[in-house]
Design a protein around this ligand. Structure first.
Ligand code: ZN
Length: 75
């Protein structure tokens, strides 16, 4: 499966959504491959809060699929 031209990111804190060009995400992804835990998707700083933005759906350069899931609130 291939990525679209833009990847939709969501802030895990304030839920702001933003589209980021796939080439930028992949560039960051490749740069992250050395000595970094690849279980963590490429992330960006949120412009609206101190949170981090994660891809909602993104196929990594190493073939790994990252999917954002809402944190389950334990009751
Ligand atoms: Zn935010």
């Amino acid at each position: 499966m291939k990525n679209p031209k833009e990847i939709e990111f969501i802030c895990t804190r304030c839920k702001t959504k933003e589209r980021i060009p796939t080439e930028i995400v992949e560039m960051l992804d490749k740069a992250d491959q050395i000595g970094v835990d690849t279980l963590v998707p490429p992330r960006f700083d949120c412009e609206k809060c101190p949170g981090k933005m994660e891809p909602i759906y993104y196929v990594g350069v190493n073939g790994r699929i990252y999917e954002y899931k809402e944190q389950q609130i334990q009751s």
